[in-house]
Design a protein around this ligand. Structure first.
Ligand code: MG
Ligand code: ZN
Length: 218
């Protein structure tokens, strides 16, 4: 019975996510679900992205956290509109939470909507939200074994941002090893090596975002 219940929950979630996706498409908004473990640098990547692209793209961010509004404050300081969802303990966002937020947003005014998911490499992969693309952030201090240990997350995302490559030398890790480990789990994944701190590699990410935005324009 437990299995059935959880499938019902996932099916209900998918139905709501489809409605969210249709609304976002209709408004011409490119929505990206950002997933990772805690501390990989999602918010820092978003801060830098907003800083670098806000002159050409209108960006909004829905920030999911178990508690606090710290990340939403950082996003607003970087210059984008932010809505914080506090899940009160839940370890992932679901489509219903996103629907409630979309109800209060003027979607047509945005080019990109980032959804910063709860830091967790397991269950966010099971919950579609209405996003056009799923991106995961893996940072070099987490180690090269993460793709093999959390394959569902890596298989469900189309892009991996390998972040904190400015630390690779000090950590004694080879970025190419991450690329190979990711490739073994998901050969179709596009891996972009970046440092949100120094800005290295971010242009490729910006080009990918711009392509996504262009694909939503009618
Ligand atoms: Mg964050
Ligand atoms: Zn969860």
């Amino acid at each position: 019975m437990k299995v059935k219940l959880s499938q019902d929950v996932l099916q209900a979630n998918e139905a709501i996510a489809e409605v969210n996706a249709a609304r976002l498409r209709e408004a011409g908004v490119f929505a990206v679900d950002m997933m990772s473990s805690p501390g990989s640098g999602k918010t820092t990547i978003l801060e830098r992205t907003i800083d670098d692209l806000s002159d050409r793209l209108e960006i909004a961010v829905i920030v999911g956290d178990v508690s606090t509004t710290r990340d939403a404050e950082r996003i607003e300081e970087a210059g984008a509109d932010a809505v914080q969802i506090n899940t009160g303990g839940a370890c992932h966002l679901d489509a219903n939470m996103i629907r409630d937020v979309l109800d209060d947003m003027e979607l047509a005014g945005y080019d990109v909507l980032f959804i910063e998911n709860i830091g967790n490499l397991v269950c966010p992969a099971g919950y579609v939200l209405g996003e056009a693309e799923r991106v995961m952030v893996l940072s070099t201090p987490e180690g090269t074994d993460k793709p093999a240990k959390y394959p569902a997350m890596f298989r469900t995302c189309s892009v991996a941002l390998l972040n904190k490559i400015d630390l690779s030398e000090a950590l004694g890790v080879d970025d190419q090893e991450f690329v190979e480990e990711i490739g073994m789990v998901n050969p179709h994944m596009k891996v972009m090596s970046v440092s949100a701190l120094t800005g290295e590699g971010m242009e490729e990410w910006y080009d990918w975002l711009q392509d996504g935005v262009n694909s939503m324009r009618k």
